[in-house]
Design a protein around this ligand. Structure first.
Ligand code: XIL
Length: 374
């Protein structure tokens, strides 16, 4: 059939109208969340509503929110669900900042992670909790606080970091806090059991920052011991959250072996794995941005390739998507005084090589089984 001149012109006009739609579609397909989803992985990030105690206010930046909408399928409030924000003193209980983030997440049909019900670390515990002085008071607090927070969010929280950083990396033993002093291991048991009761459908996670270095040997051993104890005492823990604030030097052979042995032991106990707070430290890299960005990207790719080989990893979250909001800006600054470049986007909201490295790692990852919950 011959196409008339008029029909041909109409086709061209139609195609040029459609072209932006195709471009948009292609862009969506290349988003980090889409590339991850193809492999059965949820990709997302932290966002901070800039409450007291928080360095970051990314939640009030529309450009940042656009990146979250384009790239992320799951969001975690950076500080807003920590006890020092919700309940800094015994007479305060404020879920408003967390609720604002939860509403954004719901309106954009994303999933929400909760971080964290018990950050069992002396430096990050409100003074009034550090000063609890009886086992009854400690138990009552945990029961009541976890009940209130979990029942408030209910099924809206897909996955909870119930307990965070409870081990002393130097010894691998429980950190010395009011909770562990007064209740010992029971502080953890009560936390998970209460979370299970009031958020029965949420994934319950133990989150920590152990890694592969020789200096982390005690920390890794401590985590394995703790995970075994959870299993033998039937504490309802589903997964290990691996924070993943990594450095920029890829693992050497020994470290790969040690890290693999650790992950194999964790998965052999039937725990799922998550990357909960991914970023790449560039403290000691040269000032030059191109060199720095390339090294950060290479480290990100190497790490993600290693981790995503484990089909148990089904969530990957960055601890921030844009450099200027990264908590690392205020943590061990660079000697040359320049800002860190540890996240996938630069301060002009442009994707950096790290973002492409992450996309490539998702594309190379083996497919995992469908996620257990929707
Ligand atoms: C950090 C936040 O990013 C900062 O804004 C805050 O001042 C301190 O906490 N491990 C964790 C996170 O589990 O909660 C920490 O977040 C980063 C290290």
């Amino acid at each position: 059939m011959r196409t008339s001149r008029r029909e041909f012109c109409a086709m061209l006009a139609g195609a040029s109208i459609l072209a932006p739609t195709f471009d948009l579609h292609a862009k969506e397909q290349r988003s980090l969340k889409a590339l991850a989803a193809k492999k059965g992985i949820l990709f997302g990030s932290a966002v901070g509503a800039g409450t007291s105690g928080s360095l970051t206010g990314s939640f009030s930046d529309p450009e940042y929110l656009k990146i979250l909408k384009d790239e992320c399928a799951i969001i975690v409030p950076e500080n807003e669900l920590k006890s020092y924000v919700i309940s800094p003193t015994s007479d305060k209980f404020d879920l408003e900042p967390g609720d604002r983030i939860a509403a954004f997440v719901r309106n954009n049909r994303m999933k929400l992670r909760g971080h964290t019900l018990l950050w069992n670390h002396p430096e990050y515990m409100p003074k009034w909790l550090a000063e609890l002085d009886s086992a009854t008071a400690a138990r009552e607090y945990l029961l009541r606080y976890i009940q209130r927070v979990c029942s408030h969010y209910g099924d809206r929280i897909y996955s909870w970091d119930v307990v965070n950083e409870t081990l002393d990396p130097k010894t691998g033993e429980l950190r010395d806090t009011s909770f562990t002093r007064l209740l010992g291991f029971d502080a953890l048991r009560i936390s998970y059991e209460t979370a299970k009761e009031y958020a029965p459908r949420a994934q319950l996670v133990y989150n920590d920052y152990m890694s592969w270095g020789a200096d982390h040997e005690k920390h890794r051993a401590g985590v394995l011991k703790l995970l075994e104890q959870f299993r033998s005492s039937k504490v309802p823990v589903d997964a290990l959250g691996i924070q993943s604030h990594i450095g920029n030097v890829p693992m050497d052979e020994t470290q790969r072996k040690e890290w693999k042995a650790f992950l194999d032991a964790v998965t052999a106990m039937d725990y799922r794995l998550l990357i909960t707070e991914f970023d790449v430290g560039d403290k000691d890299l040269p000032t030059d941005f191109a060199t720095r960005d390339a090294r950060v990207a290479a480290a990100a790719k190497d790490y993600l390739d290693f981790m995503l080989a484990y089909r148990e990893v089904d969530q990957v979250l960055c601890w921030g998507m844009v450099d200027k909001y990264s908590w690392l800006q205020g943590f061990k600054p660079r000697a040359d005084g320049t800002a860190k470049r540890s996240t996938p986007y630069d301060d002009a909201y442009k994707a950096k090589p790290m973002r492409e490295a992450m996309a490539a790692a998702f594309e190379a990852a083996p497919k995992r089984r469908a996620l257990p919950r929707s």
